[in-house]
Design a protein around this ligand. Sequence first.
Ligand SMILES: [Zn+2]
Length: 252
Amino acid sequence: MDKFSTTMKQIACPVCGNDEFEQLFSKQNEIFSCCNVCTFILINPPPKLEAITATYDEDYSQMYIRKADKKLKRCSGWVARVQKRFITSGRWLDVGCSAGFVVRAAADRGFEAHGVEVESAAIHYGREALQLENLRCGFLEEQGYPDSYFDVISLYDVIEHVPNLNRLIAEVGRILNPRGVVEIRTPNVDHWLTPRDLSTWKEVKPSEHLYYFSFTTLKTLLENHGFKFRYKRFMLKSALNVYFEKPTTPTK
Ligand SMILES: [Zn+2]
């Protein structure tokens, strides 16, 4: 029985498919639930699509211009990390690329770099100020990139925002080259800095952050789509940074 009232319908757990949840707390009329089987935490029932996309707006004209140099340098470090450990060249796709700092950094370090982003003001900024051509506006699943097209796909602070998690990961799997690498960064619900009372965690954002991963739930989700875990970075802040590989022959 529901502890909190809502008009939307509950969804099955995107990680394990179970449909029984413990309701943890509610914030701004949204219910934060924990899957009884795999302990995945999510807003369930999910917020309406309009509420989710309304959180995507940001002011790119001022904040981004001010911090551009610093952002580019930081993104260059992320790309260098992938090059050192996994893949040095080829095609890179940054999903949820915002103004395209990762795309710029990947291009500067020798990749054919692409980006996709739902916020059109960010794309506009990236094309003008960062001189990027391969930026597309919209959801990844709408883009129709060819099969096995990319060697690296990055999702930095994106996976917790998307309306349909399994559709996104399936699409990443389709367009990633065998032996290609996907890098995911998202808040870590199991980190020692994450408060036990999750309702007080700064990452708990109704309509904006829909899913709250632990390493285990993230790994399970990716394995469900045939990915193989490769590497997990040690993080001082409450975030996960994990690399997965697409096997040369699908496991299922
Ligand atoms: Zn579950």
